[in-house]
Write a new protein. Structure first.
Length: 257
């Protein structure tokens, strides 16, 4: 059953052409230790995904091809296909994983294209509705990285383009190449300062705080309502994406907002 915008966790936000819950679900923790390989309990991971969407009304799921790598996109497809029309699956490309806990940006246009094509296959969709550049590769001109995503957009393989872990200057530069539909940066009560937050509000760009609970440190008391409430109060353009691999913790997150 599709919930009305007033009934979804945290209220609703327009993101990538859809109206989704402001509280999203980050899926990095659904991979194995070190964000590497399959989780110890794949059935529990699938239960988290299904309960998020079908029980708690969360309609914004955030993932990346680097989670596993590849593992979490496959879990999402296994758990949720055929996808409900109101659900937004956002993914990211531009990061390679040589080993557990090791992350390296790779923004060569041919790699970004290949990564997007493989995400399409793993997720089982014809278009990535929201595709972020996971990290800007300093070894590749920014205009070439965003330009390749723009080309994929013009071909109908990407719906909307986002940026992750970027400065205001980088948002401005990328915006000269393509329309930026979302910015995803780290923001939480322990790391509360990001100039991109205000800039995105001025530009009408949704701002997606990742690590909103500081990797769980802000939820040690068992109640994340203060941390998530603070983020939601920063502006109607914020849409935090806390992550969990626990159905019980998922229930606490939904209840907190």
């Amino acid at each position: 059953m599709t919930r009305t915008p007033a009934a979804v966790p945290g209220g609703a936000i327009a993101l990538a052409g859809r109206v989704v819950s402001r509280l999203g679900l980050g899926t990095m923790r659904l991979a194995g230790p070190g964000t590497w390989g399959r989780p110890a309990d794949a059935d529990s991971a699938i239960r988290v995904l299904r309960e998020a969407v079908h029980v708690h009304g969360i309609s914004h799921l955030d993932t990346a091809d680097a989670y596993g790598p590849h593992t979490v996109e496959e879990l999402i497809a296994r758990a949720l296909r055929p996808y409900p029309e109101h659900v937004l699956i956002a993914t990211k490309v531009g990061m390679v994983r040589p080993a557990p806990n090791v992350w390296k940006p790779l923004g060569r246009p041919e790699y970004l294209r290949a990564a997007a094509e493989m995400s399409l296959r793993r997720l089982g969709v014809e278009r990535l509705e929201l595709c972020y550049l996971h990290r800007i590769d300093p070894a590749v001109p920014l205009e070439d990285q965003i330009g390749e995503l723009r080309d994929l957009q013009s071909e109908g393989k990407i719906g909307h383009i986002g940026l992750s872990k970027v400065t205001v200057a980088q948002i401005r530069a990328a915006s000269t190449v393509a329309r930026i539909a979302a910015v995803q940066n780290c923001l939480n009560l322990a790391e509360p300062d990001d100039p991109a937050l205000v800039y995105c509000a001025m530009q009408g760009i949704p701002y997606v705080p990742y690590r909103p609970l500081d990797a769980g440190a802000l939820a040690t008391t068992g109640s994340p309502d203060k941390a998530l409430g603070w983020l939601l109060a920063l502006g109607h353009h914020t849409a935090p994406i806390p992550g969990t691999s626990s159905p019980q913790h998922l229930r606490e997150l939904a209840a907190a907002v």
